[in-house]
Design a protein around this ligand. Structure first.
Ligand code: BGC
Length: 763
C-alpha cells in the first residue's frame, strides 16, 4: 500500500516515506514537520504542480478518455481538481494521483457547493433573509455531509461580498448589504462546512470569496473596476471576510477586480499585509477562475510577469489558468521569484491536505455506499422545505389576503409557475433540477381535492428573445412560448375570470442573477407587468409570488397587487414550501437583507449611509438645496430588515441599564415584544446604533445585534441585548480600530425604518 508514513527517531528527526521515497527530516512542530517531510521529497516541478488547479473534465474509470487531465495528474502537475461530480470519477482521479504519480500525493477535490449539494436550499440572499444563524449553519453542515459523501473535500463557499448594487447579478450569492450580518453569516457557514474536525469524513474545507470587494463593481457590471477608500473597505466591506478568517476558514479565493489600482490576485497589500499579517490567516489562497491570466487584459504584463506578481503577492494556487505551471520555473531561473516563495505556497497546500486527513486516507470521501445513502434523502429534503419557508419575505398583505384557505378556485398564472429547473436558482452545480418541486406541483399537492386549481402561463419571462436565450442556460430552460403576448394574456384572463383568487408566479429566471448576469434596469420585467395589468382588470385579488435573485424595482406592483410574497429561488423543495406559507402552515418571518429601491436610478441605496451636510428632513420628499431627487423620494420601496408576518408585533419602549457608561462597561438594552395578532409567529428584532459625533463621518444607522424571537399569539417577551465598548469600534481616518467617547443613539425595531430610540453616552 503506497501511503504516507513517518517514523519519529529519538533524536527528534523524522523518517518519512511516501510512495517508497524515504528521507530523514529535521524536527519541528508536528503539522509543520509532516508538511516539510513531504516537501523535502519533492522536485521543483512537483512543487509547482501542487499550485495548479485544473477544472475536472471527464475521468472515465479504466479508460484514457480525458488523456490530457490524466497525464497532468500522473505527472504530478495538479494539486487538486474542481467541479468533477460523482464518487466514482473522483475515486478514479484520486487513484491515478496516489498510485500513478511519482510521489502519490493525494488531490483535493473542490466544487461550488454554494447553497446545498443535491438537496438545494434557497440561494444565499434568500438564506440570509432567515436571519437565523443556526439554521444557516445547519444548511452548510448538510451541504458538507452530502458533498463529502460524493467525494468532495473543498467548497468554494461562503461568498461574503457585501453589495449595495442590485444591478450586479451576484448579489444572489451573497448576504446583502450589511457588514455585521454578513460577518455573522460568514462565521455560521464556515462552522457548518468545517465542523470541529476537518479530518472527519463528513466535513469539508471552506473557501471565503471573493477577496476582496467583488460586490462593488462600477455600474453593477460584473468584473468591473472597484475603487473605494480604505476607510470604506475596513468599515463596510472587509468585516465578513475577516469574520470567516477568524472562524478558521481553510482557504480564501481572490477576486477578479481591481483593489486600489491592482487586481486582487497581484495585490500584496491585500493578500499578505491585510490577510496574513493583520488578520492572521494561515490557510492557502486560490485565485478565481483564470484570474492570473486576466491580469494581462488588465494591462499588467504577460503571463510570466503576472504569474510572478501573483505568487509574490501571496497567492498559492492558480485556478485553471496554468500561469504558475508554465512560467514559475523560468521566473525562478531568471531570479524574478525565489524558491522560498514556491515552497511557502506548496507548504500551505500540503498542510490543507494533511488537515483534511487525505495523506492518511486519500479515499476517505470516496465511499460509494455512503454516497448512495446520504444524498438527496427524504430527511434532507424535509429540512430544505423547512428552510425554504423561513427564507420568504412577505412584502405586502393588504386586507390579510394571506394566508389563503384551501377552497374555491385558484388561478395559478405566470411563466414561473410550472418550471421545476428554475427553482434551483443560480450556482447549483450539483443539483438535480428536474427533481425540484415547482409551484404548480406544490399547489396541486396542497389543494388535492379541497380546491380547484386552474393554470395558464400568461407571458414569457421577458419579451426579448435574445435576452431570453441568455438566461435559458445551465440546464434551466425558460421554455419560451411562441404565441403572441395578446394570445397568452387572453387565455390567462379567461382562466382568472373563473377563479376566486389569482396566484401570479412571476419575476426572474434563475439565471437572470448570478455570475455575468448584471442588469442595467431592475424594473419588474415588462412582459409580466403587462400581464399583471390585465389580471388586475379582472378585479380578482392577486397574490404575487415573486421569484428573484436580487432586489427589484416594483413600485407599480406594490401599488397594485393585494399581496406580495418574495420567495427568491428556494431550491429543491420550493413549490411545497411556498404552498406551506400561502396556506398558513408556516407564518412568514423572513426580512430583507438588501434594500429594495423604487427605481434603478436610486442605486446604490443602502440603510447604513452617511448623513451629508444637507440631509432631507425625515418624511419630506423634496426641498431645494437638500440632498434629494426632483422626481422621486429618497426613501426606498422596502428598507433593509423589512418583512411582514401574518401576525402583528409591537415593540415597547427601550429600557437601558445605564445612560452614562465608561470604559469597559456593558450596556444592557431591552424591549418588551408582544405578538398582538392572531397567529403564532417569529419576529427578527434588530438593534442599530448611531454614533452622533465622530472624528470622521459616521453612518446614520449601523446594525449591531439581532434576535429572532418566536411568540405565540398574544404572548409577550422581554428581548435583551448587550453592547460592549468593542461593538462601538470603527476604523478611523488613520485606519486604527478605535472607540471614540461620546453620545450615541440606540434603536430597536422590526426593520431599519421603523425603530424606537434611546440615547446614551460612553466616556
Ligand atoms: C466564480 C467563482 C467560482 C469559480 C469556480 C468563477 O467564475 O467567480 O465564484 O468559485 O468560478 O467555479
Amino acid at each position: 500500500m503506497r501511503r504516507y508514513f513517518t517514523h519519529l527517531l529519538t533524536s527528534g528527526c523524522l523518517i518519512v516515506s511516501l510512495a517508497g521515497h524515504t528521507q530523514q527530516v529535521p524536527p519541528a512542530d508536528s503539522l509543520r514537520q509532516k508538511v516539510d517531510s513531504v516537501l523535502t521529497l519533492m522536485t521543483l516541478a512537483e512543487k509547482i504542480g501542487q499550485l495548479n488547479l485544473p477544472a475536472g473534465g471527464d475521468i472515465t474509470t479504466g479508460q484514457a478518455s480525458s488523456v490530457g487531465l490524466v497525464q497532468t495528474i500522473k505527472a504530478g502537475k495538479a494539486g487538486g481538481l474542481f467541479n468533477l461530480k460523482g464518487v466514482e470519477q473522483i475515486r478514479e482521479a484520486q487513484r491515478i494521483a496516489v498510485e500513478e504519480s511519482r510521489l502519490g500525493i493525494p488531490l483535493i477535490f473542490g466544487m461550488d457547493v454554494i447553497h446545498g449539494y443535491e438537496t438545494l436550499f434557497p440561494i444565499p440572499l434568500g438564506l440570509s433573509a432567515t436571519w437565523d444563524m443556526s439554521l444557516i449553519e445547519k444548511t452548510a453542515r448538510l451541504a458538507a455531509q452530502e458533498a463529502s459523501a460524493d467525494g468532495i473535500s473543498w467548497t468554494f463557499s461562503p461568498m461574503t461580498d457585501v453589495s449595495r448594487d442590485p444591478r450586479w447579478g451576484r448579489v444572489s450569492e451573497g448576504n446583502g448589504e450589511d457588514p455585521y450580518l454578513g460577518a455573522r453569516i460568514a462565521e455560521a457557514m464556515v462552522k457548518g462546512y468545517q465542523g470541529d474536525d476537518l479530518a472527519a469524513e463528513n466535513t469539508i474545507m471552506a473557501c471565503v470569496k471573493h477577496f476582496a470587494l467583488y460586490g462593488a463593481p462600477e455600474a453593477g457590471r460584473d468584473y468591473h473596476t472597484v475603487d473605494m477608500s480604505r476607510n470604506r473597505m475596513y468599515n463596510d466591506y472587509f468585516p465578513p471576510y475577516k469574520a470567516a478568517v477568524k472562524a478558521g476558514v481553510g482557504t480564501v479565493m481572490t477576486a477578479f477586480n481591481d483593489v486600489d489600482g491592482l487586481p486582487a490576485s497581484a495585490n500584496k497589500w491585500l493578500m499578505t499585509e491585510v490577510l496574513r499579517n493583520q488578520w492572521g490567516f494561515d490557510g492557502f489562497v486560490v485565485t478565481d477562475y483564470t484570474a492570473i491570466n486576466e491580469m494581462t487584459q488588465h494591462g499588467l504584463g504577460d503571463l510570466q510577469h503576472v504569474s510572478a506578481l501573483a505568487l509574490k503577492a501571496g497567492v498559492d494556487m492558480d485556478m485553471v489558468g496554468e500561469g504558475f505551471l508554465t512560467t514559475l520555473e523560468k521566473s525562478l531561473e531568471e531570479g524574478k521569484i525565489t524558491l522560498e516563495q514556491i515552497n511557502a505556497a506548496c507548504r500551505r497546500i500540503l498542510r490543507a491536505k494533511f488537515q483534511l486527513g487525505l495523506f492518511n486516507d486519500p479515499y476517505k470521501y470516496c465511499d460509494k455506499e455512503r454516497a448512495g445513502r446520504e444524498i438527496f434523502t427524504s430527511e434532507n429534503r424535509r429540512f430544505a422545505r423547512e428552510v425554504a419557508a423561513q427564507s420568504f419575505v412577505l412584502l405586502k398583505n393588504q386586507n390579510q389576503l394571506l394566508p389563503m384557505q384551501k377552497k374555491g378556485t385558484i388561478a395559478l398564472i405566470g411563466p414561473l409557475a410550472d418550471n421545476r429547473e428554475n427553482m434551483a436558482g443560480t450556482w447549483s452545480v450539483a443539483g438535480k433540477f428536474d427533481a425540484s418541486v415547482s409551484l404548480k406541483d406544490g399547489l396541486e399537492r396542497a389543494l388535492a381535492d379541497k380546491a380547484q386549481l386552474l393554470y395558464a402561463r400568461g407571458a414569457n419571462i421577458v419579451a426579448n428573445e435574445a435576452l431570453e436565450s441568455r438566461i435559458s442556460i445551465f440546464g434551466k430552460p425558460t421554455r419560451r412560448d411562441n404565441r403572441s403576448s395578446e394570445e397568452m394574456i387572453k387565455e390567462a384572463v379567461a382562466i382568472a375570470n373563473q377563479a376566486d383568487v389569482i396566484v401570479a408566479a412571476m419575476g426572474e429566471a434563475a439565471e437572470m442573477s448570478g455570475e455575468a448576469a448584471s442588469l442595467s434596469d431592475i424594473e419588474f420585467p415588462q412582459s409580466q407587468r403587462e400581464l399583471l395589468k390585465a389580471l388586475k382588470e379582472t378585479g380578482k385579488p392577486i397574490v404575487l409570488v415573486l421569484f428573484t435573485g436580487r432586489p427589484r424595482a416594483m413600485t407599480w406592483e406594490d401599488d397594485n397587487m393585494d399581496a406580495i410574497l418574495n420567495v427568491w429561488f428556494a431550491g429543491s423543495e420550493a413549490g411545497d414550501a411556498i404552498a406551506d406559507v400561502l396556506f398558513g402552515e408556516v407564518n412568514p418571518s423572513g426580512k430583507l437583507t438588501m434594500t429594495f429601491p423604487r427605481t434603478t436610478g436610486q442605486i446604490p441605496i443602502y440603510y447604513n449611509h452617511k448623513n451629508t451636510g444637507r440631509p432631507l428632513a425625515e418624511g419630506a420628499w423634496f426641498e431645494k438645496f437638500r440632498s434629494n431627487y426632483l422626481d422621486i423620494p429618497n426613501e426606498p420601496l422596502y428598507p433593509f430588515g423589512y418583512g411582514l408576518s401574518y401576525t402583528e408585533f409591537s415593540n415597547g419602549e427601550i429600557s437601558l441599564s445605564k445612560k452614562r457608561l465608561e470604559g469597559a462597561d456593558t450596556l444592557a438594552a431591552s424591549i418588551e415584544l408582544t405578538n398582538t395578532g392572531d397567529y403564532d409567529g417569529a419576529e427578527v428584532v434588530q438593534l442599530y446604533i448611531r454614533d452622533l459625533v465622530g472624528s470622521i463621518t459616521r453612518p446614520v444607522k449601523e446594525l449591531k445585534g439581532f434576535q429572532k424571537v418566536f411568540l405565540e399569539a398574544g404572548e409577550s417577551k422581554t428581548v435583551r441585548f448587550e453592547l460592549t465598548a468593542e461593538d462601538l469600534k470603527f476604523y478611523n481616518y488613520e485606519l486604527e480600530y478605535v472607540r471614540e467617547p461620546g453620545e450615541y443613539v440606540l434603536m430597536i425595531g422590526g426593520n431599519s425604518r421603523e425603530l424606537n430610540s434611546a440615547s446614551f453616552t460612553w466616556e
